[in-house]
Write a protein of this length. Sequence first.
Length: 204
Amino acid sequence: DFGETITADMIDDMAAKHFPMCMRNLHDRLRKDRHLKHFGRLQYTLFLKGLGVSVEEAVVFWRKAYGGTMTDDKFNKEYKYNIRHSYGLEGKRANYPAKSCQTILTTNQPGPTESHGCPFRHFSPENLQLALSATYGIPASDQGEIMAAVKGQHYHIACTRVFELTHVKYGVKMGDGLGRANGATETVSHPNRYAARSREMEKE
Ligand code: SF4
């Protein structure tokens, strides 16, 4: 808990600075298309909940994101309910947890027009390299190890390398992962943990 209110307006900045590639991809797709398909909305809504975004701010965020692409009436009927459902406030009021990497990697495989999932597993190698360059500014010379991890299906290692390379400014070195405890390196296993460690490093 960072003890601060995350408003809808703060999410663009946070996505650019702190989100792992799966969530950054969903965020960018939402901004570009002003829409996400069902499983993308679900993956992203639960992540935002895990980040600490209140249901009220989540509703503001999604309403603004869809903007003029739909009426208030349609939004309230079809989308607001689903957001509140993800927060456990509708239907059977279940407390749905944010999805872990394991769940994202192994359930609801994305189709060609969907944006959910894990880019390390679900992007083509070409698109993944393009995203590493364009979104994260990782030069081709640093991409070899990431692509080798992907090829070996060690997606969490690939994601951890991206974390390391994009947190050098906070003193993170290759092999440091999300941090070290008892001599062991923590690797990425949950998108919310990735974002939380990134936010902690900015404040340290
Ligand atoms: Fe997201 Fe996990 Fe894939 Fe990283 S390894 S992009 S956190 S699903």
